[in-house]
Design a protein around this ligand. Structure first.
Ligand code: NAG
Ligand code: NAG
Ligand code: NAG
Ligand code: NAG
Ligand code: NAG
Ligand code: NAG
Ligand code: NAG
Ligand code: NAG
Length: 470
């Protein structure tokens, strides 16, 4: 039924952690819960799915006679949940209730007593259906969500039974008592059926693997680090948030995110906090997987550069290249980039080898200079709705903060010239950063069908994505 899908909300929550701090947190506000529950219920309302319910049999004293009854082939033909409301249930999970629903059920019936032996088919119309339940949300080993039906109450205001087949004068006499039996049975069965569904869903959660692969090279561990922290106004779910590359036995022990508290706001439906430690593990995993070498001259937006133009930034080279020759620039990380987050300020520190080459002739490529640099760039992100597709468009830009040449340049033997720090800074400023910005501005498409109106803000130690559910 609809309960399994309800629980998708588990993936959109944040947590208290006994033990490790979460690397990422998801906070779902009341607004988010309402939207999520409403959306799921509306989807189910549209479904004219037939549910086969278990047979019901028993006996009842009707008109001072013990009559055995049996309802088989019970099908819910039509089901309206009525108006739903939902709240967070502090420390437990969520409270969902539905009022004034109705259902049309078909079944076969059989009555059996010493006086009556009769049977046929029937249509039951249930109105004034109400369900109130509390769904508990926990973490279970090894870091997957677990749910249970903590409380459930169901009531049916009115039942109308239309019995086809059978002898009508008998049916007229027993109709009211039969309706009472059906009402009582449905009230009991609804919660039993819900409990079964919740159990099934809980079982499927236990097979989840939240330590998953993103691609052939990199994986991310999004296991829950603790049970959800649930208050009146929001639920917080804490996730490990650790990225790792597959070909490197990364010391997970060095991953220790600082505690983070997402500021309580209620403008958006969900807030996702991502710690500096998680960003660092992301950078580190891509570095380990060998993704941190950039041929600047082959990147989009790069202009063809010659030794003559390069000499404008690093005059030291001019005497070696009287004739202009095409230039190649390559940046290669020599360690994992470091991310630093301050209020409204995300800075990435990139330590790497900057190399320039001249195509002196068709066959001769020579190294002009190579320097180890540490460059700091301030990064700004913007999220917008993607054009022409469901999802978000993440665009960014970088600003030059500083660059230093590291170590002794003389150690690099192949190079032709030794250049000054100011020249390399100029080269970065005027040539490399515009290329990076051109690439960041074209945007990265994030195919998310359930998030919209996203925005990113940077706090001390973490970034926050605020978004609404679709
Ligand atoms: C609703 O219908 C769709 C397609 O008709 C189906 O995939 C989905 O499982 C149904 N949902 C439920 C809760 O039965
Ligand atoms: C059941 O509820 C729906 C939606 O509220 C309504 O349109 C329909 O008439 C109701 N059916 C019965 C039998 O009351
Ligand atoms: C997650 O998976 C990676 C390999 O993909 C493994 O190295 C790591 O130990 C796993 N983490 C946990 C907590 O199981
Ligand atoms: C990991 O694999 C990439 C290629 O997929 C390779 O370039 C890199 O050197 C490897 N790293 C380690 C530590 O083996
Ligand atoms: C320099 O030469 C290499 C190899 O001949 C070639 O791949 C590269 O595209 C050339 N670069 C430029 C900027 O002409
Ligand atoms: C951002 O933070 C870095 C240090 O992480 C600092 O060097 C830089 O000046 C800051 N930028 C602004 C605009 O405050
Ligand atoms: C993302 O935004 C950039 C800049 O506005 C735009 O050029 C690009 O087409 C957008 N991409 C998508 C998928 O919307
Ligand atoms: C988008 O979010 C902002 C702030 O998070 C809010 O002020 C605005 O109303 C939202 N817009 C829509 C269309 O939901």
């Amino acid at each position: 039924m609809w309960v399994p899908t309800l629980t998708f909300l588990l993936f959109t929550l944040s947590a208290i952690c006994y033990g490790d701090n979460p690397g990422a947190k998801i906070q779902v506000t009341e607004h988010g819960l309402k939207k999520g529950v409403g959306y799921l219920l509306s989807k189910i309302k549209g479904n004219n799915t037939e549910y086969l319910l278990p047979d019901v049999a028993g006996s009842e004293n009707i008109a001072s006679e013990e009559i055995g009854y049996e309802f088989t082939q019970i099908r819910i033909e039509d089901f309206h949940l009525g108006s739903a409301s939902s709240q967070w249930a502090p420390k437990t999970g969520m409270h969902v209730s539905m009022e004034n629903g109705n259902a049309t059920i078909t079944c076969n019936w059989k009555l059996d007593s010493w006086l009556i032996k009769d049977g046929g088919s029937s249509v039951l119309t249930l109105t004034g259906l109400s369900i109130s339940m509390v769904l508990g949300i926990y973490r279970s080993d090894p870091g997957v969500p677990s749910i249970s039906l903590v409380e459930c109450q169901a009531s049916v205001l009115n039942v109308d039974v239309q019995m086809m087949g059978g002898v009508s004068y008998i049916i007229d006499n027993i109709k009211q008592p039969i309706q009472d039996v059906v009402r009582k049975t449905v009230q009991q069965q609804l919660c039993t059926a819900l409990r079964e569904q919740v159990k099934k869903q809980d079982q499927s959660f236990s097979h989840l693997n939240l330590n998953m692969s993103l691609n052939r090279h990199v994986g991310v561990d999004l296991s829950l680090v603790g049970s959800p922290e649930i208050s009146d106004h929001y639920a917080n779910l804490g996730l490990k948030g650790f990225f790792h590359s597959h070909n490197e036995s990364h010391s997970e022990a060095s991953f220790s995110p600082a505690p983070m508290t997402i500021p309580v706001q209620d403008g958006a439906m969900i807030y996702v906090g991502v710690s500096q430690a998680t960003f660092d593990s992301l950078a580190s995993s891509y570095y380990s997987a060998g993704f941190m070498t950039f041929l600047v001259s082959h990147m989009a937006g790069s202009k063809e550069l010659t030794t003559t133009e390069l000499a404008a930034y690093v005059p030291e080279i001019s005497q070696h290249y009287p004739n202009p020759a095409p230039v190649e620039i390559q940046m290669e990380a020599t360690r994992a980039p470091l991310v630093s987050l301050l209020a409204n300020n995300m800075t990435v520190q990139f330590g790497g080898l900057l190399q320039t080459y001249a195509n002196a002739s068709q066959t001769k490529v020579e190294n002009i200079f190579s320097v180890d640099v540490v460059v700091s760039l301030q990064v700004t992100f913007k999220l917008s709705e993607a054009k022409g597709a469901h999802g978000l468009n993440l665009t960014g830009s970088v600003e030059f903060v500083r660059l230093q040449i590291e170590g002794s340049q003389q150690a690099i033997t192949a190079q032709k010239v030794v250049v000054a720090e100011s020249g390399v800074q100029q080269l970065f400023h005027k040539v490399i950063i515009p290329v990076i910005n051109e690439n960041l501005a074209s945007g990265v498409f994030i195919p998310t069908t359930f998030l919209k109106n996203g925005s990113v803000s940077i706090e001390k130690g973490f970034a926050v994505l605020a978004a609404d559910l679709q």
